[in-house]
Design a protein around this ligand. Structure first.
Ligand code: NAD
Length: 425
């Protein structure tokens, strides 16, 4: 098995780093060459992907090391502009790796397409008719996507919901439940619900308005957990058990307080979004679903839990809706996305979903551990110093020297970076 523990990866320059990943079997010659050339989307191709294209917008693509999920090693591609996310994910993954790695699971891959039915004369009779003809509706939906059925997916069932009765016009909402296999399935589902809407109208006697998928994918969940011996959390002068208690206390605030919960969850999504973007997935859809899922008990709360188990270990968990794809949409068009999928080398969308929740949990652990020890700024500002140097006009060759000087001076500011650049080299 190729190991994701690559000591010294962060100290290599970019060219050496790409070569190392190729030599260790993470990248093919073609992928390494594409990265060496910048790995950017071609502007002419971009013009065919969105409307009114005028250019290609770049983001750094980093790799987080040390990840082990379900006894398999992964290098995690992360597309993100914020310094310290890649480093802190790798740091937390190294701790969890020493504790045996992340365990991850997923429950189902059923997405929902909605048909909104208005002016239904007899909602109870309409529900009965829709349920009675469920198989016909499913067959009609699947007739449009026989390839999806051959893959073992396709429409699986229907639900009928009565909504809006209080304070407004009563509506029926028909849900079509669809297994989209390795695709996110938005277009597949939208085609299906548009196709079954006329039949739903005649069965219900109503009028179909909206016909679109729901991005609330609570039938497509992925879970990650880790169990960490407290001694693995020792950090400088902070004892492991002290760090563990701090993490549990800090996590409690996110469970009770909205101001903290949003920031806590933003940290989780730092990791999740970076992998979603790198792998060409629809991060807006998953952001929307994740925050809605964090409110499922009637109040917005923490996405993660951190507790002590009976043996005195720290146990962290994260569960999120994760309707990712490894095919479909623009996946495969962007060279950066192709490299990201090659690095991950997952066999299914479910496997990708499991890896991504592990990254979210790692990111949360790293943030909590920093917050309850020396604070978030020390590590963050040391990494931010490079961006500050760039903003002050440093060339790529000058950046590391200026950033080191900034950290040494304790004054990580653009003004100070300009002074350093103006001074003797
Ligand atoms: P898609 O339209 O490209 O469909 C997936 C294709 O992959 C299908 O043709 C399918 O037959 C094929 N395929 C090949 N191998 C497969 C496998 N193993 N499993 C499943 N399918 C396989 O993509 P999609 O996933 O239907 O839609 C995703 C795109 O839709 C995203 O770009 C998203 O941004 C966009 N979108 C989102 C929304 C929303 O979230 N509300 C709405 C509209 C569009």
């Amino acid at each position: 098995m190729v190991s994701s523990r690559i000591p010294g990866l962060h100290r290599l320059d970019r060219t050496e780093r790409i070569r190392r990943l190729r030599d260790e079997g993470w990248l093919s010659d073609t992928e390494a060459r594409s990265l060496a050339d910048g790995g950017a989307l071609d502007a002419a191709l971009a013009d065919k992907i969105v409307e009114n294209a005028i250019g290609v917008y770049g983001l750094p693509l980093g790799v987080a090391a040390n990840f082990r999920v379900n006894d398999r090693d992964y290098l995690i591609p992360m597309a993100i502009e914020e310094p310290s996310v890649v480093a802190s994910s790798s740091h937390a993954a190294r701790i969890v790796r020493a504790a045996g790695g992340f365990a991850a699971t997923s429950t189902g891959r059923l997405m929902v397409g909605q048909v909104q039915l208005l002016d239904v004369p007899d909602p109870e009779a309409a529900e009965h008719a829709l349920r009675h003809h469920a198989e016909d509706l499913i067959e009609l939906a699947n007739s449009l996507h026989s390839a999806m059925v051959q893959r073992g997916g396709g429409a699986r069932g229907i639900e009928v919901h009565h909504v809006g009765a209080q304070g407004g016009q009563a509506m029926l909402v028909l849900h079509l439940l669809v297994d989209t296999r390795d695709a996110m399935g938005a277009n597949t589902i939208n085609t299906m619900v548009e196709a079954i809407a006329p039949a739903a109208e005649s069965l219900s006697g109503g009028r179909a308005c909206l016909r679109i998928l729901s991005n609330y994918t609570d039938n497509c969940l992925a879970q990650a957990s880790c169990t960490i011996r407290p001694d693995l959390l020792t950090t400088g002068d902070y004892d492991g058990p002290e760090v563990m208690d701090g993490i549990i206390e800090a996590a409690r605030l996110a469970e009770c307080d909205m101001h903290r919960a949003v920031t806590h969850n933003k940290g989780v999504m730092n990791g999740v979004d970076a992998v979603l973007i790198a792998t060409g997935n629809d991060w807006r859809a998953i952001e929307a679903a994740a925050h809605a899922y964090a409110s499922r008990h009637g109040r917005y709360g923490s996405m993660t839990t951190w507790r002590k188990d009976q043996e005195g270990n720290l146990v962290g968990t994260l569960e999120l809706p994760m309707p990712v794809g490894i095919v479909g949409g623009s996946i495969g068009l962007n060279p950066g996305t192709r490299v990201a999928h090659a690095l991950l080398d997952v066999a299914s969308a479910e496997e990708l979903a499991q890896v991504i929740v592990a990254v979210g949990l790692a990111q949360n652990l790293a943030a909590l551990k920093a917050l309850v020890t020396h604070g978030i700024q020390r590590g963050h500002m040391a990494l931010q110093a490079r961006s500050v140097a760039l903003m002050a006009g440093a060339s790529p060759e000058q950046v590391d020297r200026v950033a080191q000087e900034l950290v040494k001076s304790g004054d990580i500011a653009v003004r100070r970076a300009r002074e350093l650049l103006a001074g003797p080299a």
